[in-house]
Design a protein around this ligand. Sequence first.
Ligand code: ARG
Length: 456
Amino acid sequence: MYLWGSHLEGLENFTHEFNKSIDFDKILFEEDIKGSLAHVKMLGEVGIITEDDCKIISNELKNILEEIKNNKLKIDLGEEDIHSFVENELTRRVGDVGKKLHTARSRNDQCALDLRLYSKKSLIIIKSEIKKLIETIIEIAQENKETIMPGFTHMQHAQVTTFAHYILSYGQMLSRDLDRLTETFDRLDENPLGSCALVTTSFNIDRFMTTELLNFKKPTENSMDSVSDRDYVLEILFNNSVIMTHLSRLCEELIYFSSSEYSYIKFSGKFSTGSSIMPQKKNPDMAELVRGKSGRCYGDLLTLFTILKGTPLSYNKDFQEDKEPLFDSVKTVTSSLKIMNGILKTIYINKEKMRESAEEGFLNATDLADYLVLKGLPFREAYSVVGQIVNYAIERNEKLENISLEKYKDFHKVFEKDLYNFIKIENSLKNRKVYGGPAPDAVDRQINNLIESIKI
Ligand code: ARG
């Protein structure tokens, strides 16, 4: 059923199909009806419609909501959008009274309202999934404070760290993500209802009342901006893209950490699949999918940027295209966070293999240089002496801890027996107790601060 008047001829089927959004905005039914309930209550309270009309409309809107929720009422996908569907369904049931619902309102502020309500709901869900993932990271960190592994730069063995220190870096990324979502929530928590098409209305509506009823912080300031503002959607899409970047990097690492070349970790069979031809295969499909799905989230962000750029004030139908990217991004991030949590909860950490691997690649070379500095050499000189020692060790396929003291003394006379203790992997770790470092005490502090950060 078309909404507009007889000056229009009506759309042909194909054009109607092209024009409508109900196939995707149907998921906004709850937000739409809640918005209408607040609107109609306000219309009744300020006397724009009678108390009786208000009751009739409200009761039937509540029935419609319940029936959709209980699958008793099917949303008619022939309608243009969810707003038209609800209004038409209401009028079909209560007659002409239903036609009063749209007094002092436009679909422009209505769809802006629905999207803000949906955004608030989604942010709460995503935040809770991030918190769950951080909790899992904290558990893993608590169990792996002494799990020595090589730290990498440029994918080369660099210095000693622990699996706790490593995984907590992702805890930090996710905690920043959480902050960003909180800030976005705070900024979008404004009620656009009452902006109507673009310049509000001649009726004496009370925007503060609907603001309170709908649990917004305040009404939006400028009605023209309100119906054309999609900044908060961009923000969510950006935030989601950052989250997916973090998950994708973690997946990438876990995938190669699980390869036979590394064997640092094993994925649980619950999060792996086999091959249709190679019977021995156990593939990290879930981690690969999370990594892959980051692509669609970036695409969603770019889609909306492209839609908005060049749209004049105020509402344009282009904005209808804001929904699919948002819905897609929210769904992708929520499911990816859940999967990531499942992956981490069930992962097997091969402590022995990581420890073994930490023996390779001269992770303690910097410690040897630090040792010389403690003996009085300037760091650059110490660095150059150790460079020569490392070359010597590479040529002989030797580890630093296995070179004799005599030989060390050939490189520099200050070397003493205590060097061997100083460059032990465990000591190399313990000595890095600086704020933020991998020593178990420093890691404890990081864990405690992270626990605090998710309480808010
Ligand atoms: N389905 C539309 C949307 O999502 C609703 C607003 C329509 N407004 C209009 N003036 N055509 O953007």
